[in-house]
Unconditional design. Structure first.
Length: 173
């Protein structure tokens, strides 16, 4: 099945009409119109932008966007990046982390890093933690077994009379 994508300006067309501008877009359109009026009266682009209190590069950018993509381009858009590049992980390292975790299911990332470094892998605990999280999300690892103290398995040591005295068994008679 082939999937086709429309040009980016087509996706916003269904959400807002051309005359339905947000307050930010209205302010930008008014500033752009005023800038054009001042330039028509003979002011330079720089002096007209100074008079409006907006950098002339911003006005040029808005003007170019309106000419190429319409007034809708003046809407405030998210500045969040679409993709944050991360360096690729070594698949052999991921496989080794998975093998060590299945061999030692109660060990965390810090202990696994020690084993990996002994084997010659130069990696950090953060990377091992990210790999473990990814493996868990994909269902390739079960959550780590948590050790809980049992009720009466441990015996408390008997206190001695003085901290400096040592206990010795009574001599056999």
């Amino acid at each position: 099945m082939r999937q086709f994508a429309l040009p980016a300006p087509c996706y916003g067309a269904a959400t807002l009409a051309a005359d339905d501008l947000t307050p930010v877009a209205e302010r930008r359109a008014a500033l752009l119109a005023a800038w054009h009026r001042l330039r028509a009266k003979g002011l330079t682009a720089h002096h007209a932008a100074e008079g409006l209190g907006v950098p002339y590069a911003t006005l040029y950018r808005w003007d170019r966007q309106v000419r190429t993509q319409g007034v809708r381009r003046l809407h405030d858009r998210s500045r969040r990046p679409h993709h944050i590049p991360r360096p690729p992980r070594d698949l052999a390292l991921v496989a080794r982390i998975q093998a060590l975790r299945t061999q030692f299911p109660r060990w965390g990332k810090d202990r696994l890093v020690c084993l990996l470094r002994r084997e010659g892998w130069n990696t950090s605990a953060t990377t091992v933690g990210r790999v473990l999280t990814d493996l868990r999300r994909r269902g390739l690892l079960h959550p780590r077994a948590v050790s809980r103290p049992s009720g009466g398995a441990r015996c408390a040591p008997t206190p001695s009379a003085s901290p400096r005295t040592t206990w010795s068994p009574a001599p056999a008679i």
